[in-house]
Write a protein that binds this ligand. Structure first.
Ligand code: HEC
Ligand code: HEC
Length: 301
C-alpha cells in the first residue's frame, strides 16, 4: 500500500492536479451520480472581475499568506476543500455557492454564503471572521460564484459536502484508529500529527495540536472527519479505507488536543454542555487519562 503513495517530496500542492485526476475517477467509480465540472482556471477572465476571482483562488490555496489578518493556524482552505475547492465529495465551493442562504443549527439562523465563509475562518482557520464586504470575503464569493457558473441553485446538488458514510459496525476505537494512523497516515502527517513544513510552507497539514483547526470546527466532529477521510484520504487514494477504518482513524485524530473552542464559556463542562452535546465530539471527555479541551481560555484574536 505504501508503495502506491506519491513520494513525500512530490506531494506538495503543486502536485495536486495530477492526483486529483485519480480521485475524480475514484469518485466516479464510487457511483455518486453525474457531477458538475467547474470551468478550468484558464477561463478566468482577464479583467477586474477576473482579478477578484484570482485573489479568491489564491486565498483558498494559501490562506495564511493571502488572508493573514484572519488566520490563526497554518492551514489553508484547500487542505480540506481539495483541488482549490473544486473536488466533488470534498465540500466543493461550487456546490456550496448554490446552497445559500440556508438555516444552520450551529448559529440558529439563516446564513448567507458570506456568513458561512466567516464560520470557516473562526473555527477551521482558528482565526477571526473577515468583516462582511471586506476584500477577503468578496474575493472568496467571486471565486465560488465563478466556479459554480452554469449550476442551478439547488442545495441538494450532487457532490456537495461529503458522501454519506455508513454507521460503523463496531463503535469507533482509539487503538484500532491508532493502528490505521500508523500504517496509512503518519508517513505524511507525521507520527505526532503535526504535519510537515518546508521553508515555512505547509506541505502536509497538521491534524491536531496548536496549528490545527479548533474544537469548534466541523472537522472536530469525528462523524464529519470520518466522511472527509473516507472520500479524500490517504491523499490520492480516495475510498481506499473501509468505512470502519475511516471511523476509527477519525476518532483517533479527534481524541487529541487542539486549540480551544472560541465560544468558550469559562469551563470545559459548560462549553461541552452548550456546544458539544453530541456523541461525535470528544471535547470535554476523558481519553487516555486526559480531559480534552482543558487548556483554559482561547487566545485573543
Ligand atoms: C480543517 C478543515 C477546513 C478548513 C481549513 C476550511 N474548511 Fe470549510 N469546511 C470544512 C468542513 C468540515 C465543512 C463542513 C462540510 C459539510 O458540512 O459537509 C466545511 C464547510 C465549508 C463551506 C460550506 C459547504 C457547504 O456545502 O455548505 C464553505 C463555503 C467553506 N467551508 C469554505 C471554506 C473556506 C473559504 C475556507 C478557508 C478560508 C475553509 N472553508 C477552510 C472544513 C474546513
Ligand atoms: C500521501 C500523503 C498523505 C497521506 C498518506 C495522508 N494524507 Fe491527509 N493530507 C495530505 C495532504 C497533502 C493534505 C492537504 C490537501 C491539499 O492541500 O490539497 C491532507 C489533508 C488532510 C486533512 C485535512 C486538513 C487537516 O490538516 O486537518 C485531514 C483531516 C487528513 N489529511 C487526514 C488524513 C488521515 C486520517 C490519513 C490516513 C488515513 C491521511 N490524511 C493520509 C496528505 C496525506
Amino acid at each position: 500500500m505504501v508503495d502506491a503513495l506519491p513520494p513525500v517530496g512530490a506531494a506538495s500542492r503543486a502536485a495536486a492536479p495530477a492526483a486529483s485526476g485519480t480521485r475524480a475517477r475514484l469518485n466516479a467509480a464510487a457511483g455518486t451520480g453525474a457531477r458538475f465540472t467547474p470551468p478550468p482556471e484558464s477561463a478566468i477572465p482577464d479583467d477586474d472581475f477576473g482579478k477578484m476571482v484570482r485573489l479568491g483562488r489564491n486565498i483558498v490555496l494559501e490562506t495564511p499568506t493571502y488572508a493573514k489578518a484572519f488566520v490563526g493556524n497554518t492551514l489553508s482552505c484547500a487542505n480540506c476543500h481539495l483541488d482549490a475547492g473544486r473536488m466533488a465529495g470534498s465540500a466543493p465551493l461550487w456546490a456550496a455557492y448554490v446552497s445559500y442562504p440556508a438555516y444552520r443549527a450551529k448559529n440558529h439562523k439563516v446564513n448567507t454564503f458570506a456568513e458561512r465563509l466567516q464560520g470557516c475562518f473562526t473555527f477551521s482557520q482558528n482565526g477571526s471572521a473577515p468583516p462582511l464586504g471586506s476584500e477577503t470575503l468578496v474575493a472568496l464569493e467571486a471565486y465560488a460564484f465563478w466556479l459554480s457558473k452554469g449550476l442551478p441553485v439547488d442545495e441538494k446538488v450532487a457532490g456537495r459536502g461529503y458522501p454519506e458514510l455508513p454507521k460503523p459496525a463496531r463503535a469507533p476505537d482509539y487503538a484500532r484508529g491508532q493502528a490505521v494512523y500508523a500504517a496509512k497516515c503518519a508517513l505524511c502527517h507525521g507520527a505526532d500529527g503535526q504535519g510537515q513544513l518546508t521553508h515555512g510552507a505547509t506541505v502536509f497539514p497538521p491534524l491536531w495540536g496548536p496549528q490545527s483547526f479548533n474544537w469548534g470546527a466541523g472537522m472536530a466532529s469525528y462523524k464529519n472527519a470520518a466522511a472527509f477521510i473516507r472520500a479524500n484520504m490517504p491523499y490520492g487514494m480516495s475510498y481506499s479505507l473501509s468505512p470502519q477504518e475511516a471511523w476509527d482513524v477519525a476518532y483517533f485524530m479527534n481524541a487529541h488536543e487542539r486549540p480551544q473552542d472560541p465560544r468558550w464559556l469559562g469551563s470545559v463542562a459548560a462549553t461541552r454542555a452548550k456546544f458539544h452535546n453530541t456523541p461525535f465530539s470528544l471535547y470535554g471527555t476523558v481519553v487516555k487519562g486526559t480531559l480534552l479541551g482543558d487548556t483554559g481560555a482561547p487566545l485573543a484574536r
